[in-house]
Every structure is written in structure tokens, then in C-alpha cells.
Design a protein around this ligand. Structure first.
Ligand code: PLP
Length: 448
């Protein structure tokens, strides 16, 4: 295809880097989401909303460090904080004052955070949240929503895409799936029926509170409120997975905007300012199960939790620098405003070219609905809440999406693969105009 040929001609250095990567890494990548044929980009450096590949090509970036970078790449305050800490040591194997400052900031911003434990990733955070919930309730079952992603550990990674769809995953005990109950997003009747039948066996319910994949399949607020009511009624621990939405939807995450207090919340990504890090935060009485004295006083065994790099000083320094900016400036609001402007400008291009797609999303999200089922929609009439999971979720590797991603790259924009992206507070009019021009050019290429 001309789109693939143009991309290959544009990125010879990335192609060569990928040839070597394939000799080291299965599939030539170190994260499944980076896999794309003919080859992914090999990036050499990044600053603010932009990045450059090994051939020197410049891109407007909408990968956003898989969502970790609301302040863009190499924000001066973050790099200065990390550099300062680097000179003081990267690991003390001991308590330090940065971790307590970091914890204090998290607690001041996230409404339900009474206590917390830091982890190294979102995956570790959801693993611990499940463990706490099961220990606290003495129950086993896990309730989750179809398509919601909570990391790749065995209790969460079901289905070959990693996004839960009820199918088994190679290498994961099928017995684990017996403990999983599945509801479709926004299926209130299904949720009520399931809770009526099994509510008292369920230890934990977990969800991405604005919907799966950064809100690609958005949830109705009323559905999330119903889930809070039903879980409270049946003594189920409700976990908001705010790995993506934390410090993004608002300073206090989706829970602040929804006005819902989850029992536990998992955080990562923005939390650690672009370095590795995560946390499980929430109710004191639940997290005290990790405290040897409190657990003993309750006559129960303490929940174990280790992790060499938990709250390491570099991640703490980057996290503090990032969260302080988000707390003290309008960075989150600026990112939201940019995303809204870009969605509307991209929809303008779709209308101009009469393409029956739509660009949608909320907060910092850009979601491109490529309409693979050929539904009769226009950008202005499009309402994602009127559609279901199966309509909105594009099967991975769908030709049109791959071609769109490659054509956008050739024209200087790197979207996330779903397709779309989180935007940062550093994106501005120049990035908007470049993105709109690239989108127009890519759509013309797709038509040709
Ligand atoms: N939960 C959600 C909602 C995520 O989007 C992700 C990662 O994309 C995770 C958990 C896993 O986090 P990590 O990649 O830090 O393990």
C-alpha cells in the first residue's frame, strides 16, 4: 500500500532499529501496545509536546508516555528535581522524607486517600488492591467490566489483548477466571441482577471510572453511582482504577468529579511524573491490614508487601515536582481546553471531507471513532453513550486504524494506538494546527 511505502521511506532508521530489536525482543517490542507493522518508531529524544526519531523526523506526540506525561516530555521542573535527587543517591533502602512529602501531596489531592502504600506500577497497585479486598472480606470473587484494563498480572490479564473479554489467557490458570464476574459497561439491569445473585460472594469490584481505554467506551455517571450503591449494600470493596484518570480528570481524579468515594483507589502514571511508580490508596481500616501491629491487634495475619523500588527517591522527586505543578497551576485545565479544541478542529476536517467518523472524548482524551461497522453517523450527531462496547471498541490491528496511525506518523503526528491520545498541558496552537493538517493529509491518503 502507498501509505505503508511512504512510511517506510520516511523512517529508514526506525526500520533498521526494529530489525535489531526483533533479534532481542519477541515481536521486537517491550510493551505489546508498541507493536505495529511494518515497524514502530525508534525515538531519540523528546521535549514538551514533541519528539524526534532516529532519522531526525519531528512528531507532535500523543503517546504521552502511555499516559504518564500530562506536563509533556522533560518538563524543566521535573528534570531539575530528578537531577538534584540523582546527585544525592538513587536508593537508600530506608525511609526518606521525599516519600512522606509525596504521600502528603497525594492525600491532599485525592479525596478518598486516608492512607497509602507506594508500588512500582499500576499493575502492582491493582494486584495489591485485590489482595487487600480479599483479605478484608474473606471472599474470593472479583467483579469487573468488559474491556476494562487493570494491568497484566494473573488476576487481571484475561483475553489475548489484555483487555478483559472473558476468554482465557495463555499461561494464566483458567481456575482464576472462575472467580471473575463480568458486566457490560453501562448495563444497569445486568449489574443489579448480578449483585442480587452473587453480591455477598464478591470481594471486590474494580473499574476504570470514566470507561475503558482512557474513556474510549465511556461510562454513564449513573452507572458508576449505581455500582457504588450496590457494592456498599453488599459489603463489596469498590476499587477505582485511577491509574489513567488520577491527576488528569481533575486534581482528585474521576472520584472528585463524580462525587463518589471508592474504598480503594489505584494510582500510577502521572503520580510518578513519568518515572516508574504506583500506589494503592484509600480507607484506613483496609490499608491497616498491611500494618503488623494493627493487624495483630485485630487478630489477623498481616498482608505482606515488598518491592525493592517502592517509593524510590527518583520517582518520588519526579512525582512531587509534577503533583505540585498540577496542584498549584491551571495545567490540568489547559490540557482539557486543548483537547476540546483539537476534537472540534478534527471533527471540522471530517465534515469538510465528508468522512463518517467522529472524534470524541472528555478531559484530555482524543478518541477517533473510525466506524468500522459503518454506522450511519456524522461527527455532529455522534454520541458514544448511545453505542455499546462492541461498536466503540475497534478490534486490534484493524487495517484502517494501522493505516491511519502510519499515515499520521509520515505527516508528523504520533497517535496512541487505540487510536487517539492523551494530550498534555504543553500542547498549544502550533501543535493543534500541525495535528489538524496531518489529519487532513492522512485522510486524503486513506482515500487515495
Ligand atoms: N490500570 C489502567 C487503567 C491502566 O491504563 C494501566 C496501564 O495502562 C494499568 C492499570 C497498568 O499500569 P502499569 O502499566 O503501570 O502497570
Amino acid at each position: 500500500s502507498p501509505i505503508v511505502s511512504a512510511f517506510i521511506a520516511h523512517t529508514p532508521g526506525s526500520a533498521a532499529a526494529y530489525e535489531e530489536a526483533r533479534t532481542h525482543f519477541p515481536g521486537g517490542v517491550t510493551h505489546d501496545a508498541r507493536y505495529v507493522r511494518p515497524h514502530p518508531l525508534a525515538i531519540a529524544r523528546a521535549a514538551g509536546p514533541r519528539k524526534w526519531d532516529v532519522d531526525g523526523n519531528e512528531y507532535v506526540d500523543y503517546a504521552g508516555g502511555h499516559g504518564a506525561l500530562i506536563l509533556g516530555h522533560a518538563h524543566p521542573a521535573v528534570t531539575a528535581a530528578v537531577a538534584e535527587q540523582l546527585a544525592k543517591g538513587t536508593h537508600y533502602g530506608a525511609n526518606h522524607t521525599l516519600e512522606t512529602r509525596w504521600a502528603e501531596l497525594v492525600k491532599s489531592m485525592v479525596p478518598s486517600a486516608e492512607m497509602l502504600r507506594f508500588t512500582n506500577s499500576g499493575t502492582e497497585a491493582t494486584l495489591m488492591a485485590l489482595r487487600v479486598a480479599r483479605a478484608a472480606t474473606g471472599r474470593t470473587k472479583l467483579l469487573r467490566l468488559r474491556g476494562h484494563f487493570h494491568g497484566w498480572h494473573d488476576h487481571m490479564a484475561f483475553g489475548v489483548t489484555g483487555h478483559f473479554d472473558g476468554t482465557p489467557t495463555p499461561g494464566v490458570l483458567e481456575a482464576l477466571t472462575e472467580n471473575v464476574l463480568l458486566v457490560d459497561p453501562n448495563d444497569e439491569a445486568g449489574l443489579r441482577a448480578l449483585m442480587a445473585a452473587h453480591g455477598d460472594e464478591i470481594a471486590v469490584a474494580i473499574l476504570e471510572p470514566t470507561g475503558s481505554s482512557y474513556g474510549q467506551v465511556p461510562l454513564r455517571d449513573s452507572f458508576v453511582h449505581l455500582l457504588r450503591e450496590e457494592t456498599a449494600k453488599h459489603g463489596v470493596v469498590l476499587v477505582f482504577d485511577e491509574v489513567v484518570t488520577g491527576f488528569r480528570v481533575a486534581r482528585g481524579g474521576a472520584q472528585e468529579v463524580l462525587g463518589i468515594r471508592p474504598d480503594l483507589t489505584t494510582l500510577a502514571k502521572i503520580l510518578a511524573g513519568g518515572l516508574p511508580g504506583g500506589a494503592v490508596v484509600g480507607r484506613r481500616d483496609l490499608l491497616e491490614l498491611l500494618d503488623p501491629e494493627r493487624a495483630a491487634a485485630r487478630g489477623v495475619e498481616k498482608i505482606p508487601h515488598q518491592g525493592t523500588y517502592n517509593a524510590n527517591p527518583l520517582s518520588a522527586a519526579a512525582g512531587i515536582a509534577t503533583l505540585e505543578i498540577l496542584r498549584d497551576t491551571d495545567a490540568i485545565a489547559r490540557a482539557h481546553a486543548y483537547a476540546a479544541e483539537l476534537r472540534s478542529a478534527m471533527n471540522g476536517v471530517l465534515e469538510e471531507l465528508s468522512v463518517p467518523w467522529a472524534v470524541y472524548g472528555s478531559n484530555t482524551g482524543i478518541h477517533i471513532f473510525t466506524n468500522w461497522k459503518k454506522l450511519p453517523i456524522t461527527p455532529s450527531s455522534f454520541d458514544p453513550l448511545a453505542l455499546g462496547y462492541a461498536d466503540l471498541k475497534v478490534p486490534r490491528g484493524t487495517q484502517v486504524v494501522t493505516k491511519l496511525l502510519l499515515a499520521m506518523r509520515t505527516h508528523g503526528v504520533d497517535f496512541s494506538p487505540w487510536p487517539g491520545g492523551p494530550v498534555s498541558a504543553m500542547h498549544g496552537p502550533a501543535e493543534r494546527d500541525a495535528t489538524v493538517a496531518a489529519f487532513r493529509a492522512a485522510l486524503r491518503d486513506l482515500r487515495a
